[in-house]
Design a protein around this ligand. Structure first.
Ligand code: 5GP
Length: 245
C-alpha cells in the first residue's frame, strides 16, 4: 500500500493519502494512512521533544483500542495496522471538537471548578473544547457549537452518546489491565455519508492512565510534569494491553 501525498502534519502524526491504483481508485479516495511520529509536545507545542519508539507504541496501543471498540460496535475510522507506526483508516472530515471524558478529577477540572484532586466523579463528565490552536482550544457549549456551525444539535447528541458508550467500554477494559482510565480526549469525524466515526487516536498521549494499586502515572503527564520514564511508562501500558505480547 503506497503513500500518496502528505495531507496534514500535526504535532504527533502525519496523514497521507494513498497512491491511486487503476483497480482501486475509490479505495484510495476513501482511505488515508496515519503515521505516528516520535515527537511529544505539551502546552500548545511550547514544549516539544523526540522520544524514540513513542510512535510505534502509540500506533500499537491505538490500533488495539480501536479494534476492541469496533468489535463492540462502536463505529471508528480504524481499518487495520499497516506497519509498526502506520494505520489504515477511513477518510473522515474531523469535527473540530476535542471531546474530553473524565472519570476521576485531575488536570484542568481541579483548577477550573475546585474539585479535590483524585476524587472519583459520581458520573462521567463529558466536556467539549473547540479545537483551535490560535484560540487555545477553549471549552465551549452546544449553543456556541451550533452558532459556529461546528455541529448540529443532533450531531452533538450523537457525539455525547458515543463518548459515554466508549467510556462504558474503556473503563472496564483498562480496569482488567490494572489501570485507571482517569480522563482522555477523543475526536470524531464524518465520512462521505455523514456517519459520525470515532477518529484520531487513543493512546497515553491523549489519556491519563494510573496504575490501579500504586496510582503511578503512566501517560503524557510524565512529560508535562518532567517526571522522566516516559517511554518506559508507554511500554508498560502496551505490555498490559497486549498481555505481554
Ligand atoms: P485537561 O483538560 O485536564 O488538561 O485534559 C483532560 C484529558 O484530555 C487528559 O487526558 C489530556 O491528556 C487530554 N487532552 C486534552 N487536550 C488535549 C490535546 O490537545 N491533545 C491530547 N493528545 N490530549 C489532550
Amino acid at each position: 500500500m503506497d503513500r500518496g501525498y502528505l495531507l496534514h502534519e500535526g504535532k504527533a502524526k502525519r496523514i497521507y493519502t494513498l497512491e491511486d491504483t487503476e483497480e482501486g481508485e475509490d479505495f484510495s479516495r476513501d482511505h488515508l494512512l496515519v503515521e505516528f511520529k516520535d515527537s511529544i509536545s505539551a502546552f500548545d507545542g511550547e514544549k516539544i521533544e523526540e522520544i524514540s519508539k513513542k510512535g510505534v507504541l502509540n500506533n500499537k496501543i491505538s490500533c488495539s483500542i480501536f479494534s476492541y471498540l469496533e468489535a463492540k460496535n462502536i463505529p471508528t475510522h480504524f481499518i487495520k495496522t499497516i506497519s509498526s507506526r502506520e494505520m489504515l483508516v477511513k477518510r473522515v472530515d474531523i469535527i473540530p471538537l476535542e471531546v474530553v471524558i473524565r472519570n476521576v478529577v485531575t488536570g484542568s477540572l481541579t483548577r477550573r471548578l475546585g474539585f479535590s484532586e483524585g476524587t472519583y466523579l459520581k458520573e462521567p463528565v463529558v466536556e467539549l473544547y473547540y479545537k483551535d490552536d490560535e484560540l487555545g482550544d477553549p471549552l465551549i457549549n452546544e449553543f456556541h457549537i451550533k452558532n459556529l456551525e461546528i455541529a448540529t444539535e443532533k450531531e452533538i447528541e450523537v457525539i455525547t452518546k458515543m463518548a459515554l458508550q466508549i467510556n462504558e467500554l474503556l473503563v472496564p477494559y483498562f480496569d482488567q489491565k490494572d489501570l485507571i482510565l482517569v480522563d482522555y480526549k477523543v475526536e470524531f469525524g464524518k465520512d462521505g455519508d455523514d456517519n459520525i466515526l470515532l477518529a484520531d487516536e487513543i493512546s497515553p498521549d491523549s489519556c491519563r492512565l494510573w496504575d490501579k494499586e500504586t496510582l503511578k502515572i503512566l501517560d503524557k503527564d510524565r512529560y508535562r510534569k518532567d517526571m522522566g520514564q516516559i517511554i518506559e511508562s508507554y511500554e508498560e501500558v502496551w505490555q498490559r494491553i497486549s498481555g505481554g505480547e
